[in-house]
Design a protein around this ligand. Structure first.
Ligand code: SF4
Length: 71
């Protein structure tokens, strides 16, 4: 993940407990992990795109806001 944040690492992705789907490579996703180990994924695009939930239900299989990192 290179969306301007430190890479949270594979452990954090595993701690999500669900497949992230499209959010995995999306430039708008932020993966956070609490000190207790709980991980959650936030969609930063939801701050201005009202179609999207701030905390998307995973896995996200279709999303009008999805933008891969590499593009
Ligand atoms: S824009 Fe869609 S795919 Fe990207 S982080 Fe938000 S919910 Fe996930």
């Amino acid at each position: 993940m290179t969306n301007g944040q430190p890479d949270p690492g594979e452990d954090a992705w595993r701690a999500l407990g669900a497949e992230p789907g499209l959010c995995r490579d999306c430039r708008h996703s932020r993966l956070n992990q609490t000190r207790r180990g709980t991980a959650y994924l936030r969609c930063t695009r939801a701050a201005w795109d009202e179609r999207l939930p701030r905390y998307p239900r995973l896995p996200v299989l279709r999303c009008p806001g999805h933008e891969p990192e590499t593009e």
